[in-house]
Design a protein around this ligand. Structure first.
Ligand code: MOS
Length: 694
């Protein structure tokens, strides 16, 4: 691959969509440009398992402004019910609390919501089971883990290494259930007039189209999905959930009239996915110098009874460190719970919690600096695949982070530094995220009224796509970035992969570079109005193991009497290829780190086993870190250009910022107090229980 000359790439250009957003004029999915829409409000099951035996909609129907009430009795039959999550209103079965059992369509959202509350539902309730544990008899081995990795891996003999190594560690770590909470709730505006137009808040217009087309049996040409702006997604908008199907059903019940459906924040805690809780049994064996003889992670997690999602929690353990004996396993419990899904760095994020805390514990056992322990176990090739790294600069991240953070001043012993009533400590953890390039994406490049226009059905989740795609196109064409426009977020543009797996820039950018090259080959440097060329991404060669790496440093302060935890400093250094736009990149890294801090200290979805209900299903009770919770957050990166990953030399950056942060926080809390918390979130009660009174 020929490297691009970088003139626009690397500049910290302002977000092109910034003004529209801060002035409130960027149209989101709920703001589809439509005359007089109808509104849809969902009705949800109040039992966790059983059947709906009756729905009395008489009073709802009688309310002025109600157009119709959809239930399993009158909703249209879907062409495909293969995906049980999307087979909504197709039967009377209830598989989790909060499941959609009906919907009211009305003249206003207020009437729809009010009427939904008047529908009388009777159930035949069955006992439900929502409690995850390691000793369940029904744990099973999924066929594969997300998206298509082997469920278990084994090299050598971990048990033998554990029996013979001079230093071993075996601990269980747990991560909580967490819910994606993008600022913009999930919304869909749908219009049926013989064909379907959907303004849907989605991470991928083309993937949303293909799912909806399959479920309803439509041709792709019959469906247009539009989504120029997204107020965050973190994975929950990576694929349509059941409410999108209901929005389309509602539109088909009112032909020619658009229907708007917005989930409430509370509904999102049941209907748009979440991060599975995990139970991670971790084993490490090492010699006295800290060289690992064995590393093993056995994960237990949950999925829903109606649909399997097997998070790839063990993945980072497969590749992160060198050890001759290695094992990862995944076992699932299928429970009467909502369907789990992707949440920022699914797999890598929870999967770097247990291992990175375990390494900290091992370092302490060995009397070795935790950075040095990681350096001693740096693998020369990917231990899992045996392939060479396209680039791997973890050590550089650790060293530069240590320098910037002031790691050298750290006291080796935990629990010794005190400032007034506060115990002060520091911690470190590593980060990793695979560098994906999706197999399908095409871009069109056209010369239009003396400007270059790129069209691709890509998404901007708030991440910067509107701004960075023109940067890539400009360098690929050798023109000024101000002469390039991008058009994204519409299935009328060429097919683009979903904004997921931190793959967007790498995939769409590669297609754009190909389109630019084709354009120059065809038309030279003096094109005529209307000249147009197309380019597509090619799949990666598979010759290299490709990952971004990082190091996270945390300072924690723990109140000696109350156990209150404060984090005044977060510092991350990342090796993520060439950075396309430092402004939008920094915001991605810092956002990820903040979300990691939130995971460490605050977030936790509390599922009441008696009802199968997430009791803290709103922002009053589900705390997400706010500015007051975050002190100084810094994201830095090392100068990396990876020629093997794509023409830009860039890696994905959307997810790596959250990976490792929670472990670094736990490690810092331990260093401050001597208390080791192994289950997230680290709340003051867990620290206080072990804190020696002074
Ligand atoms: Mo991300 S969880 O791959 O949208």
């Amino acid at each position: 691959m020929t490297a691009l000359h970088s003139r626009a790439i690397g500049r910290d250009l302002l977000r092109r969509d910034g003004r529209l957003k801060v002035t409130g004029t960027a149209p989101y999915a709920y703001e589809g440009p439509l005359g007089k829409p109808a509104y849809c409000h969902l009705i949800q099951a109040t039992i966790a398992r059983g059947r709906v035996t009756g729905m009395d909609t008489t009073s709802a129907q009688a309310i002025d402004g109600v157009i119709t009430v959809l239930t399993a009795d009158n909703a249209e039959r879907l062409a495909s019910t293969e995906d049980n999550e999307l087979a909504v209103l197709q039967s009377d079965e209830v598989a989790f609390r909060g499941q959609i059992i009906g919907a009211v369509i009305a003249e206003t959202s207020e009437v729809a919501r009010h009427a939904a509350g008047t529908v009388q539902v009777t159930y035949a309730q069955e006992p439900h089971d929502v409690e995850l544990s390691v000793d369940r008899a029904d744990l099973y081995k999924p066929y594969k883990i997300n998206p298509a990795y082997p469920t278990d891996t084994a090299d050598g003999d971990v048990a033998a290494a554990m029996a013979s190594a001079p230093v071993t560690l075996e601990n269980t770590y747990t991560t909580a259930m967490y819910h994606n909470n993008p600022m913009e709730p999930h919304t869909t505006t749908a219009l049926w007039d013989g064909s379907l137009t959907m303004w849907d808040s989605t991470q991928g217009v083309h993937s949303a189209r293909s799912v909806i087309a399959r479920v309803f049996g439509f041709d792709h040409e019959q469906v247009r999905v539009v989504c120029p702006y997204v107020g965050g997604g973190f994975g929950s908008k990576g694929t349509p959930h059941a409410h999108v199907v209901v929005a389309v059903m509602a539109a088909r019940a009112t032909p020619g009239r658009a229907v708007k459906l917005a989930l409430t924040r509370q509904q999102m805690f049941f209907l748009t996915g979440y991060r599975t809780p995990t139970i991670q049994k971790m084993q490490l064996a090492a010699d006295r110098d800290g060289h690992l003889a064995a590393i093993a992670l056995d994960v237990v997690e949950q999925t829903s009874r109606i649909k399997e999602f097997a998070e790839q929690t063990g993945m980072p353990t497969r590749s992160m460190y060198a050890a001759p004996n290695r094992r990862t396993t995944h076992r699932l419990a299928a429970l009467d719970v909502p369907v789990p899904t992707w949440m920022r760095a699914p797999g890598e994020c929870p999967g770097m919690f247990g291992p990175e805390v375990a390494l900290d514990e091992l370092a302490e056992q060995l009397g070795l600096d935790p950075i040095e322990l990681r350096i001693r176990n740096e693998p020369s090739v990917d231990p899992d695949s045996g392939r060479p790294w396209s680039s791997r600069n973890l050590i550089a991240c650790l060293r530069e982070g240590a320098e910037r953070f002031g790691w050298a001043e750290r006291d080796p012993a935990p629990g010794v530094r005190r400032q007034g009533d506060w115990l002060v400590g520091t911690g470190v953890a590593a980060s990793v995220y695979p560098t994906y390039r999706m197999a399908v994406s095409t871009a069109t490049l056209r010369y239009e009224r003396s400007r270059y226009v790129v069209e691709i059905g890509a998404a901007d989740l708030g991440t910067g796509t509107w701004t960075t795609l023109p940067q890539i196109a400009a360098d690929a064409l050798g023109v000024d970035v101000d002469d390039v426009d991008a058009r994204i977020g519409d299935t009328d543009y060429p097919i683009a992969s979903v904004a997921g797996g931190s793959s967007g820039m790498s995939t769409w950018g590669s297609a754009i570079v190909e389109a630019a090259r084709a354009f120059r080959d065809k038309f030279g440097t003096d094109p005529a109005d209307g000249d147009e060329a197309e380019g597509s991404v090619s799949p990666p060669t598979g010759k290299y193991a490709m990952h971004a790496f990082g190091a996270q440093f945390v300072e924690a302060r723990v109140h000696a009497d109350t156990g209150e935890i404060r984090v005044p400093r977060l510092l991350g250094v990342f090796a993520a290829g060439r950075i396309i736009n430092p402004r939008t990149a920094r915001s991605q890294f810092i956002g990820g780190m903040t979300m990691g801090l939130s995971m460490a200290l605050h977030e936790q979805s509390v599922l009441d086993p008696r009802f199968g209900h997430v009791v803290n299903h709103d922002f009053a009770d589900y705390h997400i870190s706010v500015c007051a919770d975050v002190g100084d957050v810094q994201a830095h990166w090392i100068d990396e250009y990876d020629p093997h990953v794509n023409a830009m030399g860039s890696k994905g950056i959307g997810e790596i910022g959250i990976v490792g942060t929670a472990a670094a926080v736990v490690n810092a809390v331990h260093h401050a107090t001597g208390v080791r918390v192994r289950d997230l979130p680290v709340t003051l009660d867990k620290v206080l229980a072990q804190l020696t009174p002074n």
